[in-house]
Write a protein that binds this ligand. Structure first.
Ligand code: NAD
Length: 428
């Protein structure tokens, strides 16, 4: 992606402007919501393993916290930009609002490349990030989480630094922790299952039985694997999944017309979601080009890998058989392709609704930490299903009532909720 040509914050603001117009928001509310509320930009000096000091640039952006404590991940990335963090913080506000969890939106980042940093150096970055922000994050203020290139270990270092500085135990200050250290059961499944709860509801509306459907998936990582598992439990046939092959530096689609078998594929899949091609071939899988996931003659497509994969070029390969696209990934559809999907009448479950199971479960983690009492997995997943189903029904009812595209209906609900909260507080 050409970063010069594509500024995600411009996109986020354009999306907001369109819905602000539909909602006829007043100028004060627009000014408040089309920009971020608070931003922290700071240096993190780190003594490197070779004895020199490197200064890393860190950010935290709170877009809006009118509905509750802000929530959002921290990315480590060499090309991190403040505008990316701003856009992601705004999208977090809408995501939390559309599933109606009492949280606002935030995002954080550090410009760094963990591939070239030792574990000790990464720990120093995490502790330095938290030292800068320990007065401004907190269980009732702003709750970070993992994101691109950060994981539960990074979260534990940050938690430890916060608790040392604040002289107490505050497990609710950060989510994405391992189970047993304040993490929630069900978090691993949450995003993929959440995608499928919304697909199940969409099929119900169309009077189609899951048993009579087929689906194709892009990606075979955390989101896709659990989406496929639940889809198969519902009776659906997952005919294809694609993944990235690190050795060949290209992607492949794995297809079995009778349906792919998770029990066969999981033992030959690495932790990055890459399936071993040779072993899959021996198991009778057809190995196609990575782009073929989208050309399958199926009822449901689930992009669950990267941004901009459904674009002006690829959208034309979508078969007429496709009735539902459930966006597991963030931003998998470009604005041009989205227009085509809308015109073709394909039922799109937009990303910030379809993949909101992750943040919803992170909210459950926060709740459990704040109570210091942890739920069983079935309880977590039951509550997740209730939240996702209610959110889906609210969006689809509005779409029907006002004859709106699903993405627009989801934005209308989310932005209206946040605008109302701002008004109720006297901010707008
Ligand atoms: P992951 O790293 O576990 O898996 C990514 C998968 O995509 C892997 O199977 C990888 O091989 C595949 N992939 C990468 N490049 C590809 C390509 N060119 N063609 C085909 N496959 C390719 O990631 P994940 O956690 O499953 O996340 C997937 C998407 O979902 C991302 O957009 C992420 O932002 C979004 N998302 C994830 C969560 C979550 O809780 N994990 C929550 C919300 C949104």
């Amino acid at each position: 992606m050409n970063q010069k040509a594509y500024n995600p914050f411009d996109t986020a603001k354009a999306q907001f402007d369109k819905v602000a117009e539909m909602l006829e928001l007043d100028n004060g509310t627009r000014a408040l919501l089309r920009n971020t509320m608070k931003e922290y930009h700071f240096n993190i000096p780190v003594r490197m393993d070779d004895g020199t000091v490197t200064v890393f640039r860190g950010f935290r952006v709170v877009h809006n916290d009118a509905r509750g404590p802000a929530k959002g991940g921290i990315r480590f990335h060499p090309q991190e930009t403040i505008d990316t963090v701003r856009a992601l913080s705004m999208w977090m506000t809408w995501k939390c609002a559309v599933v109606d969890i009492p949280l606002g939106g935030a995002k954080g980042g550090v410009i760094c490349d963990p591939h070239h940093l030792s574990s000790r150096e990464q720990e120093q970055i995490c502790r330095g990030w938290m030292r800068q922000l320990s007065r401004d994050v907190g269980p009732l203020q702003d709750v970070p989480a993992p994101d691109v290139m950060t994981n539960s270990q990074h979260m534990l270092w940050m938690l430890d630094e916060y608790e040392t500085l604040r002289n107490g135990r505050y497990p609710g200050v950060i989510t994405g922790k391992p189970v047993g250290m304040g993490g929630s059961l069900g978090r691993t499944e949450a995003t993929g299952y959440g995608v499928m709860y919304t697909v199940r509801e969409a099929l119900k509306e169309m009077n189609i039985r899951p048993e009579d459907t087929t689906a194709s998936f892009q990606g075979f990582g955390n989101v896709s694997q659990y989406a496929i598992r639940l889809y198969q439990q519902m009776g659906g046939t997952a005919v294809a999944a694609s993944c990235w092959d690190q050795n060949d530096q290209r992607s492949y689609t794995f297809r079995k017309s009778g349906g792919i078998d998770m029990e066969e594929l999981m033992p030959i899949t690495d932790k990055f979601g890459a399936i071993d091609r040779k072993k899959a071939e021996k198991l009778g899988y057809e190995i196609l080009d990575g782009g073929e996931w989208i050309t399958q003659d199926v009822d449901i497509l689930v992009p669950a890998a990267l941004e901009n994969e459904i674009n002006a070029e690829t959208v034309t390969s979508i078969k007429d058989s496709v009735k539902i696209i459930a966006e597991g990934a963030n931003g998998p559809t470009t604005i041009e392709a989205d227009k085509v999907l809308h015109e073709r009448g394909i039922f799109v479950i937009p990303d910030f609704l379809a993949n909101a199971g992750g943040v919803t479960c992170s909210y459950f983690e926060q709740v459990q930490c704040n109570m210091n009492y942890y739920w069983e997995k079935d309880e977590v997943l039951g509550k997740l299903d209730t939240k996702m189903t209610a959110a889906f029904i609210a969006v689809s009812e509005l779409a029907k009532q006002k004859n709106l595209y699903m993405r627009d209906a989801a934005y209308v609900i989310a932005i209206d909720r946040v605008a109302q909260a701002c008004k109720n507080r006297g901010w707008a």
